[in-house]
Ligand binder design. Sequence first.
Ligand code: SF4
Ligand code: SF4
Length: 426
Amino acid sequence: METLQSLKKELFRCIHCKACMFSFSGEPDREGIGEYKGTLYEGMIEGCPSGTYYRLWEGYLNSGRMWILRSILEGNLEPNESVRDLIFPCPTCGNCQAQCENKLPTVDLIEAARAACVDAGVPLPPKTAALGKYVSQLNNPYGEKHEERTKWLGETKVKPKKDAGIAYFVGCTASYRQKQVAKATAELLNKLGVEFAVLEDEVCCGSPLFRTGQRKEAKRVMNENLKNFKDYDTLLFSCAGCYRTIRVDYPKFSGSKLPFTPKHTLEFVAELIDQGKLKFKGNYKKKVTWHDPCHLMRHIALDVEREDLAKSKNWFVDEREIKKRKDEWYELPRKILRAIPGIELVEMYRIKEDSWCCGAGGGVKTQYPEFALWTALERVKEAEATGAEAIVTSCPFCIRNLGDAVAAGGSKLEVVELLEVLNQVL
Ligand code: SF4
Ligand code: SF4
């Protein structure tokens, strides 16, 4: 299991260059909102939501956080409430990790530092602690009744099959809050003639707990899900957080390979397009922009990169091969959108590896709602600048936070789940 101590060698590669606070469009001729001009940072744009929101005070930038963790490991600082208040307001978006030329696993480091605070007995921020309490009592972080987890199914005509080879892992947000995502997924699978199970025994994947250092309870739900889903060949996901957690964290924290193949609906649909099995009956005549959910797009691309780097002792690897694999991953949703008749896809300034976060993840929406909303408002402004009519994405948590920002900012943009779009044209 990754502890701060076990990541020491990785942490000490940090040279405090601060490159991790920026992102880029990748297109030098394209000017972004807020791009630096006439300074040393010409052409760069801020990419770290927490550092930017907290006015570039370095304790809230990744470079400062890495220095704090270094002080802890050098014995100059104890995990305490001041450390906690600097490392928890971060949605673990991973932009810093994507920008770092020294390839620091910054998200793992922040999460390990949060766990170190918990282990040292530092009290968690109150609403963050409530997430753990609700999951331990009710198996979801929303304080809802476990027996109502599959209630959304009654609002569809779908009849899941418990003995199918595929199970749909719905997740807490789609089960209790963004039910349209769960319904759209089930209805789409039904339309495609895919038999699948939905389990009443499904419990929280543990994502909010792994992200906030509450590892004991996270491992309890992990073991429960591994037991309940072990007989399925494939687990399908519509949630970015659940997919990332089960694909990346479960093998790491259980020490074993997954007993099933995890697959996000993006991968599933893209495969059907490649096989020529998706027949469109209608069209979706809208100009749309795509928002890359951090935990689905960037986190998985970074995981792919780490897998490839781990194959070489000295990291003497063909970077072009890694880039190709990462690009293929980032292209999945774009391939689907371009295949939908009528759609015009217009890209935002910060996309793919450089994408700006929606602001909801890592326990931020619960504990620091103003920061989460500000981050989403920034993304909505960026989406509006493209002239799009809708933001399409594939994560119930992004949909929730971007939807809140659209309402708060009086934007006319729609925020739509990609599967809802597909349901309209298939
Ligand atoms: S984490 Fe990487 S990019 Fe950020 S300051 Fe350290 S070395 Fe530089
Ligand atoms: S994970 Fe995102 S918000 Fe947190 S320090 Fe890195 S870039 Fe900033």
